[in-house]
Structures are given as C-alpha cells and as structure tokens.
Ligand binder design. Structure first.
Ligand code: HEM
Length: 546
C-alpha cells in the first residue's frame, strides 16, 4: 500500500526512475538526438554577425557545392542579391565575401591586426603543402629583392636562361623552318623555376639541382587534381608523398644554405656575394653567432632558411608560371598587333645591347609594353587569392541603414571579380587591351604615388596601384600584405619572353583543342582564381643559326 502511494507520487522518485532500465534505454537516444539538435541550433546561432546570410540546405556542409563548382559566378550573384557583403556557411565555417572599394579598404586596414592572413592560409593549405610554407618572411622579399638587386643579377640570369632554352630546344628545332609542336608550359615552368633558384639561392643550384627540385615543387601545386585532400582530415598516400618531397626540397636547399654559411665564417662577410641568400643569412645571424655555432646548430639554422626558401618557391613559382602561360596565351590568341609590338620591342632591346658589345645581355627591365600586357592578363584572369581569418567578429563601416555591420568569426575574402570589371576604370572590360594602360584614365608611367587626382598613376611596372584606398588589380592582394614578389614575377616572365624571342620566331600551333583561341580553364575551388589547364602548343623557328 505504501509503495503504491509512493510510485504514484509526483514528482517521481529519482531512484525508481533510474532503476527502470527500459525507461533509461529509451531516454538515452532521445537525449543524444536532443543534444545534437541543440548543438546544431547553438552553432547556427553563434557568431552570426549582422550581415546578410546566403541560405543553404544542409547544415554544416552549407554552400560547399557552390564554392567548389562555381567559385566565380556564385559569389558574384550573391552580391547582386545581398549587396557588398554577405556571409555563408561552408563545412561549419563562416565565409564572408566583400566587394567594392569601401569593403576592400576595411579588409586592408583590418589586415594589419584583426584579420589574420597567415592563420587563414594555414587553415586551408597546411594539410597539403606543410607548415614549412608559413616560415617565409615577406620583409626579406621586400628588402632583398629590390629592383636594384634584380638589375644586378639580370645579365648573368639572362645568359643562363637563354642558354637553358637553347639547350632544351636543340633537338626540337631544325636548321631551317619551323619546329613541330612544343608545349609552351613545359619550357616556361622549368625556366621560371630555374630563375627562382638562381635568384633566391645560387646559380649553381639552378643548374645542378634545378630539375630535381622542379619535379618536387611541381607536385605541390594544389590544382593537381588532388586538392580534395585538403578536406580529408587523416593522412593519405598523397599527403605522405608530398611531405616526403617537401623534406627532400628542404634538405637539398639546406645543403646550399649551409655552404653559404660556412663561406661566411671562413672567408668573411665582405667576401660572400651580396645576393638574396647572403642577405637573408647576414640579416638573421651575426658572423660571431655563426662562428660560435656547432655543426648541429648550423644544420638547424640552414634548415630554417631552406624552409623559408621553400615558402617563397611556393608563393612565387607556381603563380608566376601560371601568369606567364596566360600572358603568352593572350599574346598568341588575341590581337596580332600586340604580339608584333612585343616582338619589335624585343628586337629593339636586343639591338641596343648588341650595340654595346656582342656579349651584352638585353636589358629586359626596359620592357614597357610587355609589362602592360602582363598587367592586362592579370586583370583578365585573377590568379592570386585574398583571404583572412577573423578570430573575433569584425566590424565593417556602416551600411545603407547607417548602423555598423559585424561580420562573424571565420574566413573573410574579397570578390575580386568586381575589380576587373569596374566600368569606371576599365572601358570595355571583357576585351583584352594592354593599350588601355597608355590611355585615360591611366596617367603616364610614374613611380607609385599615394594621392590620386582624376588620373590613376601606374607604378614602375605599368600597373595600377594596390593601396588601401584604391585597388584596381585582381591578382596581387592589398594593403600591408600585398604581394612583395610582384616585380620579381614580372621580371621572370619578361626574361623568359625576351630570351625565347631573341632566339626564335614563335607561332601558335593550331590543334582542335585550341582552334579559335580557345583553351580550357579551371576556376580554383573556393578562391575564384583561374588556372589554364590545357597545353599552349607553339612552334618555333630559329632567328639566328646556332
Ligand atoms: C604571378 C605571380 C604571383 C602572384 C599572382 C602572387 C599573388 C600573391 C597574393 C594574392 C598574395 C596575398 C596578398 C593578400 O592576401 O593580400 C601574395 C603574398 C605573398 N607573395 Fe606573391 N604572388 C606572386 C609571385 C610572388 C613571388 C615571385 C614571390 C617571391 C619570391 C612572392 C612572395 C609573396 C610573399 C612572401 C607573400 C606574403 C606577403 C605577406 O605576408 O605580407 N609572390 N602573393
């Protein structure tokens, strides 16, 4: 009787409830489901910011499909719907897209503090290209790869690259007449990589280990078709292979760095060349520090420098090779007048050098129209990526309502498509026209100027500015983190073009795939940067007998 009263009482006795196994077993799954739904709800409410959100159907996965398969036009369409800023969800992360100059200015200013560039790239790229990538030091590039130093190494670099191109094509070109089809990218990529080796480490490394390192660096390309490995959290065979190749690159470059350090200790600071490698060693350690270090420590130091060089190879080589291929693609497939103008400039620059002496290498730094062509190509096909990580919600300038807008914790990026198509700056924006940089609204070439009147001043490479308040280039980033290697990238491309065209006439070799100037292009998932994936086939004819 007593127990009957007890079991009927309310609230029920906890002990009795817990001892009822059936009830417990049926409660656990419901509890787990409720907890999951609660987490999902909390996740979806957390850090939502105050800007519009592009909706998605599947929680957590979000708009992954749009960013994988439609990375250029999907953000563009969303901006048309939601305005200059919107956020979406991808794999549980917030992704905020910004468009237009006021937003770019906020992005550039935020990049000095709240919007972290390295953290963003680390989160995406570490699984595929390794943490070593992030040991590079942008200031080294700014301080050491100056125009002055580039001009200093230019004569030797030019001779070396021209010789390399002649060697590679020796068996492909007959004494007279045109060669059979040659894939431009095969010549160009190795040439750009050898230039990077030559300029960042040493001429010896470029010729002795250039090819060995090239093969390994090429497989670091995230567009290799294995980019889905970024999404896989566990170690795969591809990741293991890439790691091993990275270690081989660092070990090989490290050997040259160690040699340079040893030279610094034995022959003295004034004796070792004032090249990029010498500069970065000397500005990192004093001679006394190196003298004190034992063999293990020197090895350790040299591996650190080698990891920094690997980061620069990665930042510079693949992007520059890609831009070079696009630039040649445009010259060969667009208006033939532009190609002829570049050919005339090459002849003029070569002749000016030969007037000095038979051995004098052409001054490729005198190219002006070719630089404008490269600038126009980067406008047509955005190559670089701008991405940041906001650890905390980030405040943007007020929108149309006058209220400040907060973008949530997560990735932040700029939709660069709007820059290249800005009708105020680029008349007839879909047309490839390098001559636009010699006409209004662009003022004549002058050194970079902070203030802008009605005219837009071009920098020394005939490219529009990339400062916080005025950005008209799509590929090289913005603000304090804009690419410090841009002059070097232009220089490597102009060196290759001049060396090739000094020795050969070049024509597009028509194939069914490229007829009518058509080539296949891939838009890199997430980043809207464009990769040329089909071969550019050329045929070449000797300008002068070997
Ligand atoms: C066509 C070739 C290249 C393209 C398209 C390119 C593009 C870019 C872009 C988009 C950024 C990020 C900017 C931002 O997020 O605001 C960047 C940063 C960087 N680039 Fe380049 N780059 C190229 C060539 C090079 C070369 C040749 C080097 C040096 C050897 C180089 C070294 C760097 C470094 C060190 C950074 C990091 C800057 C920082 O953290 O402040 N890049 N590049």
């Amino acid at each position: 009787m007593q127990s009957k009263t007890q079991s009927a009482s309310w609230p029920p006795d906890l002990f009795l409830l817990l001892s009822s196994r059936d009830l417990l077993y049926s409660a656990i799954p419901s509890f787990v489901i409720a907890l999951f739904l609660w987490k999902l709800f909390v996740h979806s409410r957390r850090d939502r910011g105050t800007v519009p959100r592009a909706p998605h159907l599947i929680p957590w996965i979000g708009n992954l499909k749009a960013l994988l398969f439609d990375p250029v036009t999907w953000p563009w369409r969303m901006h048309e719907k939601y305005g200059e800023v919107f956020t979406t969800t991808v794999l549980g992360f917030n992704f905020t897209f910004l468009q237009g100059q006021p937003m770019i200015t906020a992005f550039a200013k935020g990049s000095t503090q709240e919007l972290d560039m390295m953290e963003a790239y680390k989160k995406i790229f570490t699984p595929l290209v390794g943490a070593e990538l992030f040991s590079s030091n942008p200031n080294e590039v700014r301080e050491a790869l100056t125009t002055h130093r580039l001009n200093y190494i230019q004569p030797a670099l030019y001779q070396y690259i021209r010789g390399d191109i002649l060697n590679r094509t020796r068996d492909l070109v007959p004494e007279t007449g045109w060669s059979g089809p040659i894939v431009l990218q095969e010549l160009l990529r190795i040439s750009i990589f050898r230039q990077a080796c030559f300029s960042l480490v040493s001429p010896t490394m470029a010729s002795v280990h250039g090819e060995y390192l090239f093969k390994r660096m090429k497989s670091m390309d995230v567009n290799n078709g294995d980019s889905t490995n970024i999404l896989i959290p566990w170690e795969t065979a591809i990741k293991r292979r890439r790691k091993q190749e990275r270690e081989e690159i660092i070990a090989c470059v490290g050997g040259y760095v160690k040699g340079c350090m040893t030279e610094l200790i034995t022959v003295g600071e004034d004796e070792i060349p004032d090249d990029f490698l010498g500069f970065i060693i000397k500005t990192t350690w004093s001679r006394a520090e190196l003298e004190k270090a034992n063999d293990d420590t020197i090895h350790d130091y040299s591996q650190k420098v080698a990891a920094r060089i690997y980061g620069l190879f990665f930042a510079g080589f693949l992007g520059t090779a890609s831009l070079g291929a696009w630039a040649m693609h445009d010259l060969l497939t667009e208006n033939p007048r532009y190609f002829q103008r570049v050919r005339d400039d090459v002849d003029r620059i070569v002749e000016a050098a030969r007037n000095i002496s038979a051995e004098e290498p052409p001054h490729v730094e005198d190219h002006d129209f070719l630089n404008a062509c490269i600038t126009e190509t980067t406008r047509q096909y955005s190559i670089g990526t701008w991405i940041r990580w906001a650890e905390k919600p980030f405040i943007l300038p007020p929108g149309p309502s006058g209220k400040p807008r907060v973008i949530p914790h997560g990735f932040v990026t700029v939709t660069t498509e709007a820059i290249r198509t800005d009708k105020n700056v680029y008349y007839d924006c879909e047309t490839y026209n390098p001559e636009r940089y010699f006409q209004a609204p662009f003022a004549s070439k002058s050194e970079y100027q902070q203030t802008m009147t009605n005219m837009i001043c071009l920098d020394s490479l005939r490219a529009p500015p990339i400062n916080m308040n005025c950005v008209m280039q799509t590929s090289f980033g913005v603000g304090s983190h804009h690419c410090p290697g841009r002059p070097f990238a232009y220089r490597m491309i102009t060196t290759f073009f001049t060396a090739l065209m000094e020795s050969f006439d070049v024509e597009l070799y028509q194939t069914p795939e490229n007829a009518g100037g058509k080539h296949k292009m891939l838009c890199t998932p997430l980043f809207a940067s464009r990769e040329l994936i089909s071969d550019i086939t050329i045929c070449i004819r000797r300008e002068v007998p070997f």
